[in-house]
Write a protein that binds this ligand. Structure first.
Ligand code: FE2
Length: 284
């Protein structure tokens, strides 16, 4: 993780890395996603489940559909950042593929890990020049998001907030409430974005890294002729397990086809252990 990345992640609570995928990596991943979309649900690789309940098409464990996608879990562009944020003790915990389409009118309102149950377990701190962040997401993008399209919005700097965000209820009256700070009517396609919020607009081949403590939400996808395709890869520290004592978080049929490197990255192990995938040049 270089000095610029460290500065921006600490300042904003997220990072937008541009053009991190090589042309061949991007093409292979895009083709794998096309193949997955064409497959009937009962012919998907074992352990991958197609969901379409909210209008999007999503694939749980979609990262394991093809090696071009699985390899993104420990990609040279994100590896030093994942290592830095976890103090060299990373664990990959979940990887879904999402195809976000216009006809999904479901919105994801603003939220963050501080506001849910288990807030005590999420940490962001800086010590001795190193950032510690024990719950974050790497989003790999396979299609372009342009300004005005919709997609993810973030409240920069909110990962360090010492106060809970005032509760806002998504009804029209909230717009005039004095505590409507940072309120965003995500349901209204034409509601202007609150000036404190940033709509992140990654291009195909970009990565967005987001602390779960950073307030974020999703705007309705406006284009009717294009969709938004991305992989959600979730990371925690290796000793932060929410898998009820299991060694790894995946169904056995998924686990069996993962490479040894991905398996090790996904294992829950003790604080004192150093995984063999961790390079000694941590933080570079
Ligand atoms: Fe979220």
């Amino acid at each position: 993780m270089n000095a610029k990345q460290k500065y921006l992640f600490d300042l904003n609570g997220y990072l937008h890395l541009k053009s991190v995928l090589a042309e061949t990596e991007l093409c292979s991943a895009q083709e794998a996603i096309d193949r997955l979309l064409e497959m009937p649900s009962d012919k998907l690789p074992p352990g991958i489940v197609r969901g379409s309940g909210n209008g999007d098409t999503s694939f749980s464990n979609g990262f394991s559909a093809d090696k071009s996608l699985e390899s993104l879990t420990w990609h040279p562009s994100t590896r030093p950042i994942i290592s830095e944020l976890t103090g060299g003790k990373p664990r990959f915990g979940r990887g879904s593929l999402v195809v976000n389409q216009h006809h999904n009118q479901r919105i994801t309102s603003l939220h963050c890990a501080r506001e849910g149950q288990g807030w005590q377990t999420r940490r962001y701190a800086v010590k001795d020049g190193h950032i510690h962040c024990n719950d974050f997401i790497c989003f790999f993008y396979f299609t372009d998001v342009n300004p005005g399209d919709g997609g993810i919005v973030v409240l920069p700097g909110s990962h360090k907030s010492e106060f809970e965000r005032p509760k806002i209820f998504p009804h029209p009256q909230s717009l005039t409430e004095p505590d409507g700070i940072f309120f965003q009517n995500l349901e209204d396609l034409n509601h202007p974005l609150h000036p404190a919020l940033v709509n992140v607009t990654p291009q195909a081949g970009d990565v967005v890294i987001l602390s779960e403590l950073t307030v974020h939400g999703v705007l309705i996808w406006k284009p009717t002729n294009r969709d938004r395709r991305f992989l959600i890869l979730r990371y925690k520290t290796q000793y932060f397990s929410d898998d009820r004592g299991r060694k790894h978080p995946f169904p056995e049929e998924v686990w069996e086809r993962l490479s040894p490197e991905t398996q090790e990255l996904s294992e829950t192990v003790s604080y004192g252990h150093t995984k063999s995938i961790i390079s000694p040049d941590l933080g570079q």
